[in-house]
Design a protein around this ligand. Structure first.
Ligand code: NDP
Length: 449
């Protein structure tokens, strides 16, 4: 079954396509939102008359820049850097930096657009933005990553600041890269301010920030299940990816008594029917965060199955957590999950499910949590990091975790408020409309600009 949009959505998308050629992921992200928001606008002329959907889909500004750096052999390389400052209606621009060869303007715009609504759902004072570069940290030495990160920040520094735009990590930008980026920012500015989040706990970072996206996603799914008289205890779960989001999702699932049977990376997935226990998880963290190895080594170490070049969605599970990258769950993958009895899907990644895949989940009426709601925990704790930096205090891990959990409950409540349809909750519609309304109300208050 191919995804089909209504005539009004198609008319809106036609204009957007003409203005944004060659940006398929951006168009996909907007289409998913437009399909929820346009029918809502028809009944709310004050938003429609102010052309808010048209305004919110055009970034405040897109910054593109050259990054030139030298590798260990003295060879000179040039990459392209991006920062899309999408909307500061609710607070300073906020969103991560992605270092991956697939990064282009369309990818950064899709991520920035998702970020506006996600950040609105946290109810914290955060605008939406995103950035990155087409640089691949894989296979580079620490020194090369350092030189690249410093060159990247030398240009970005003039556009960001604690009250202007506050970047964080994303794919390919973890603790190591944030260290180099923040170090260079601080050196150029000559002052120490919280203009980047995801910093190490010993130098201005918030406790629980590394865990926040994964933990938050599990809290969100737990809320969906709870509303249906269910829980995570005893559930079998698949997780894709083996980066920051995936491994902390696996960790919290284990805390809650669920069994994680898959992990993956861009080369393939491991199937471990005995479950990823505490020892295996600690080993996987060391593999991915310190040794920067491949997930196949997990299969070799623990005698699990390894499926090269495949994604984990054919494995029968109760709950699935796509936590790697965009468009990693196709219509066919979604159909396989549904056929095998999946009851809930919690997206840790941004837009991991294609529009066809979303249709499959929606028709089956499973509990499907779109990333902009279920992965909002990462940016929420980044917001809490900004607060701690401004107040020059450090909250305990328990305090941050409690606030994170409260925020995820609030995100869930807003999705229910705008997405409830009889017995069922359409979390896509709920998240899109709830996020949109918060941003739209602020834009209305500011007048035409
Ligand atoms: P990491 O770089 O830590 O990990 C990314 C993981 O995804 C790796 O296992 C990587 O495998 C895999 N991956 C990346 N690209 C692809 C691909 N094209 N196909 C298959 N697998 C791929 O990133 P994060 O864990 O931080 O981010 C994962 C997702 O979560 C992204 O969508 C990100 O935008 C989203 N997200 C992250 C937040 C955060 O706080 N970090 C917050 C909210 C959302 P390999 O090593 O082989 O590349």
């Amino acid at each position: 079954m191919k995804h089909k949009a209504s005539a009004t959505v198609e008319r809106f998308m036609e204009g957007l396509r003409a203005r944004n050629p060659g940006q398929p992921t951006f168009l996909q992200a907007v289409q998913e939102v437009a399909e929820s928001v346009i029918p809502f606008l028809e009944a709310e002329p004050r938003y429609k008359d102010a052309a808010l959907l048209e305004r919110i889909t055009e970034p405040d500004r897109c910054i593109l820049f050259r990054i030139t750096w030298e590798d260990d052999a003295g060879k000179v390389h040039t990459n392209r850097g991006y920062r899309v400052q999408f909307s500061n209606a609710l607070g300073p621009y906020k969103g991560g930096l992605r270092f991956h060869p697939s990064v282009d303007l369309g990818v950064i715009k899709f991520l920035g657009f998702e970020q506006i609504l996600k950040n609105a759902l946290t109810t914290l004072p955060l605008g939406g933005g995103k950035g990155g570069a087409d640089f691949d940290p894989k296979g580079k030495s620490d020194r090369e990553v350092m030189r690249f990160s410093q060159a990247f920040m030398t240009e970005l520094e003039r556009y960001i600041g604690e009250d202007t735009d506050v970047p964080a990590g994303d794919i390919g930008v973890g603790a190591r890269e944030i260290g180099y980026l923040f170090g260079q920012y601080k050196r150029l500015e000559g002052r120490y301010v919280g203009a980047i989040t995801g910093k190490g706990a010993g130098w201005g970072g918030s406790l629980i920030r590394p865990e926040a996206t994964g933990y938050g996603c599990v809290y969100f799914v737990n809320e969906m299940l709870r509303r249906n008289g269910e829980g995570l205890e005893g559930k079998t779960c698949s997780v894709s990816g083996s980066g920051n989001v995936a491994l902390y999702t696996a960790e919290k699932l284990r805390h809650m008594g669920a069994k994680v049977v898959t992990l993956s990376d861009s080369s393939g997935f491991v199937y471990d029917p005995n479950g990823v226990d505490a020892h295996k998880l600690a080993w996987a963290k060391d593999l991915k965060f310190n040794r920067r190895g491949r997930i196949k080594e997990y299969a070799d170490e623990f005698g699990a199955e390894y499926h090269a070049g495949e994604r984990p969605w054919k494995v029968p599970v109760d709950v699935a957590f796509p936590s790697a990258t965009q468009n990693e769950v196709s219509g066919e993958d979604a159909a396989a999950l549904v056929k095998n009895g999946v009851i809930a899907v919690g997206e840790g990644a941004n837009m991991p499910t294609t529009l066809d895949g979303i249709d499959v989940f929606q028709r089956a009426q499973i509990l499907y949590a779109p990333g902009k709601a279920s992965n909002a925990g990462g940016v929420a704790v980044s917001g809490l990091e900004q607060t701690q930096n401004s107040m020059r205090i450090t909250w305990s891990a328990e305090e941050v975790d409690r606030r994170l959990s409260d925020i995820m409950v609030r995100v869930h409540e807003q999705c229910v408020q705008f997405g409830v349809e009889g017995e069922h909750v359409d979390y896509v519609k709920g998240a899109n409309i709830a996020g949109f309304v918060r941003v739209a109300d602020a834009m209305l208050a500011y007048g035409v600009m």
